[in-house]
Design a protein around this ligand. Sequence first.
Ligand code: DQA
Length: 146
Amino acid sequence: QRILLINGPNLNLLGTREPGHYGQQTLADIVANLTAKAQTLGVTLEHIQSNAEHELIEAIHHAQDRVDFVIINPAAFTHTSVAIRDALLGVALPFIEVHLSNVHAREPFRSHSYFSDKAVGVICGLGADGYEFALQAAVRRLNAGD
Ligand code: DQA
């Protein structure tokens, strides 16, 4: 089974970007750790990070019929992108939404997500651990045949 991890804009800066909100780990560290974890769980993890909305949309289109599950941190596009929402709905792939920070404890505009009502589940505020929990949940669902 194949899981696609998608990270949106500015997450390439993890490690140095607002560490109080996002922690000290780089995206490369997070992805390496998650890739190893995926291997032990018997699934393949693919990853894309982009700062460009259209690249994320195209990655989602390309995932159709090739990928079984999506884990996505849409970053700032969480609060703005009808287009990425529509892409996920368009390919009908199940997804879990992850945020490193607790978006509900920050500026009010971060509380609204264009994704949450369509997500299998949402994890926020647990830092990079949130990606691991999402991976575990995704694999469980795939093994259960949902
Ligand atoms: C984020 C939260 C968003 O509000 C923000 O724009 C991000 C990262 C998070 O992981 O906490 O870039 O998705």
